[in-house]
Design a protein around this ligand. Structure first.
Ligand code: GCV
Length: 663
């Protein structure tokens, strides 16, 4: 079982073998006066001793074999990439820049923690995506929007916190290849608007310097109405000359104080946030104005496409929230300046357990794009229910948009391979907080780890990532690793089965978004979102309905438009279907709803039983913490099963063929 320091997540550095030599470090072309290089060496020094019992020492004990970690600059290696190769003399690490060295060191440590000996280490890698970012939805009072792991470790009572945890956090992020962190919530309110003033510059600079030492750029979310909120002006019209001058002065001041700032993330014209629409301007007008002002400093503007009318009337069957992103942004394709990136949520709605991929991804062909996913489990179980999200993220990355003959997947688009552009990548709404174990549910850290690894290497499989995470975090014997790995890999579909069926989404308790409430979605107060009546359920998004399916390229549009070819897991997202409709399994739709909910609840019990079987293999406190969550998950699964099944039974009056009790 071993002693596990849970504050160190996957950088636990268990003793994996007894080494047979003393390490020294040789630098060629790099200098340890570079803080990234010295942090990398420091990590190697600490970790190799914990992993193998051998020290890095200038004066090794007599008789010890000398092992060298040789770190050499090789210009031909691509930016942030590395090559590592072990031998009986040590390990050669080559990179062309400091981030490459840092990632190379973490790769060595990962491979050793996962069972390789130093002489067996071999890997060549370069990041799939230029930008690999975490988005914090942390507020300055210390709360976290959609946070399920305690409070913020950046902010408390409108002050910025910097302590040992800050550095650990930067280490964790660097170890999975993250190179950008947005520290504050996209809903920028109150004190957060003042992050770009001298009230906070010193502390933000300190934070930025710590990040910089781990190859990470600090970004901030920006209040588009800053000229009004903090500038005392009466407008924030992006085309108003006085507004532009205000921003020019402000951004100069910001960069004078924060020279390494990566740029800003902006949520505009969405859910009450101010934006260019107020002045009859376009999203491009807003984004480009800021981009032009920040360009001289090398900064970028990441502009979110989560723009929709949250007060729409759902009784109007032609208005469709799913269409909004594409409708607002597609026509402006090509109008965005080079240092603007549009950040697009993976689906057209809002991080549901199953949604189609947003048609905007690849629908845009002349604009930098960034994929946004949510590691924080807002709609996927609040880090109570087990839901390993990497299979979902993989599905999105692998989706063929048909925007091109080749290189048409989402992974191709956001990496820059499709359009040959340099700016793009992946962002996750992070799931961390100040809970001792960082993620509330210990097992939710697999999503934090997994997002970083996947954004660095989109070719990795969900299973490879799960196994890496388990080995480094818990170092379990093979049989137990297999059990935990299988739990993780099954968990997303299990969650899906006991919650909302076949892509319809929501059905969730309003505002809180945990637990069932079939008619409860907060923004559909004038009519049910799912359009269920006594005959059927689902939203007609075909050319006969809202026309959403036609936002895809013809190949996908055709597939989705016809209920016979539409992937069944998305059937109710695209079609209004009678309860008596026969699915490919031969079951009716209503029987599928009953069966999947019974099955999902039963499988959730299977997950809990599997966790029980690991009782002696994992540290006791971890076992207990996670078990408490499984107990809650089982209540949740039961509630979902019963509410959903009885809702539809009452709507349609068709009994369960298997005669089970429907409450
Ligand atoms: C940060 C959803 C969430 C909001 C979130 C918003 C967004 O609507 O419920 O909490 O706000 O998405 O992504 O901006």
């Amino acid at each position: 079982m071993g002693t596990t320091d849970w504050t160190q997540l996957w950088l636990n550095y268990h003793r994996v073998y007894e080494g047979d030599g003393a390490w020294n470090i040789a630098l060629e072309g790099f200098s340890d006066t570079d803080v990234v290089i010295s942090n990398a060496i420091c990590e190697f020094r600490k970790a190799i001793e914990l992993l193998t019992g051998e020290q890095v020492s200038d004066s090794p004990e007599a008789g010890k074999k000398a092992l060298t970690l040789k770190i050499a600059k090789v210009a031909s290696i691509s930016a942030e990439g590395y090559s590592i190769k072990g031998s009986t003399n040590g390990i050669d690490l080559s990179a062309s820049d400091a981030n490459g060295v840092l990632y190379g060191v973490f790769a060595i440590l990962r491979l050793i923690a996962c069972g390789k000996r130093a002489d067996e280490v071999a890997e060549t890698a370069s990041p799939s995506n230029p930008l690999r970012m975490m988005n914090h939805w942390d507020n300055m009072d210390g709360s976290i929007e959609r946070g399920y792991s305690g409070n913020s470790f950046f902010f408390e009572n409108e002050e910025i916190i910097i302590n040992d945890r800050t550095r650990d956090y930067a280490r964790f992020m660097a170890s999975i290849g993250i190179n950008g962190i947005v520290i504050n919530n996209v809903n920028v309110k109150g004190a957060a608007s003042y992050l770009i003033t001298d009230r906070y510059f010193d502390k933000v600079k300190e934070l930025s310097d710590i990040f910089e030492g781990y190859g990470i750029k600090l970004y901030m979310s920006l209040n588009f109405a800053s000229p009004i909120e903090i500038g005392g002006m009466d407008t924030c019209d992006p085309l108003d000359r006085s507004v532009i001058s205000w921003w020019e002065k402000k951004i100069k001041e910001v960069y004078d104080n924060l020279p390494h700032l990566g740029g800003f993330l902006v949520k505009a014209d969405s859910e009450g946030r101010p934006g260019p629409f107020t002045y009859g301007r376009t999203q491009a007008d807003g984004a480009n104005m800021l981009a032009d002002v920040i360009a001289p400093y090398g900064g970028i503007i990441i502009w979110r496409c989560f723009v929709y009318n949250c007060t729409q009337d759902w009784r109007d069957t032609k208005t469709d929230r799913a269409r909004a992103g594409y409708d607002y942004f597609k026509d402006l394709d090509g109008a965005y300046h080079d240092n603007v990136i549009l950040q697009i949520k993976n689906g057209p709605m809002d991080f549901q357990i199953r949604e189609p991929v947003s048609p905007l991804l690849g629908g845009l062909t002349k604009t930098n794009q960034m994929l946004e996913v949510q590691a924080a489990q807002e709609y996927t179980g609040h880090q109570i229910d087990l839901c390993y999200l990497i299979p979902l993220f993989k599905e999105v990355l692998d989706f063929h948009t048909h925007c091109n003959e080749e290189k048409d997947t989402v992974a191709d688009i956001v990496s820059g391979r499709t359009m040959g552009n340099n700016l793009g990548g992946m962002s996750a709404v992070i799931n961390t907080g100040n809970d001792m174990n960082w993620t509330g549910d210990d097992l939710a850290a697999a999503n934090t780890y997994g997002f970083g690894r996947l954004s660095f290497n989109t070719e990795l499989t969900a299973e490879e990532i799960a196994r890496e995470w388990i080995a480094q975090t818990l170092n379990l014997p093979k049989k137990e690793e297999d059990i935990l790995c299988s739990m993780l890999l099954r968990s997303r579909e299990i969650y899906e089965r006991y919650t909302s069926p076949l892509g319809i989404g929501w059905m969730v308790t309003p505002n809180g978004h945990y637990g069932p409430s079939v008619d409860g979605y907060e923004y559909s107060r004038w009519g049910t979102y799912h359009r269920a009546d006594h005959l059927g359920i689902g939203v007609d998004r075909t050319d006969r309905g809202t026309g959403y399916a036609q936002q895809y390229y013809p190949e996908n549009a055709k597939l989705y438009n016809d209920p016979n070819t539409c992937p069944e897991e998305l059937l109710l997202f695209f079609h209004h279907i009678p309860y008596t409709w026969k699915l490919k399994t031969g079951k009716t739709l209503i029987q599928h709803i009953y069966d999947s909910h019974f099955q999902g609840e039963e499988e959730a019990r299977g997950l809990a039983a599997d966790w029980d079987s690991l009782k002696d293999a994992v540290p006791e406190e971890v076992y207990k913490r996670v078990k408490e969550r499984f107990d809650l998950q089982l209540d949740n699964a039961r509630e979902w099963r019963d509410q959903v099944n009885s809702y539809f039974y009452r709507k349609c009056g068709i009994p369960d063929e298997k005669g089970r009790t429907i409450y």
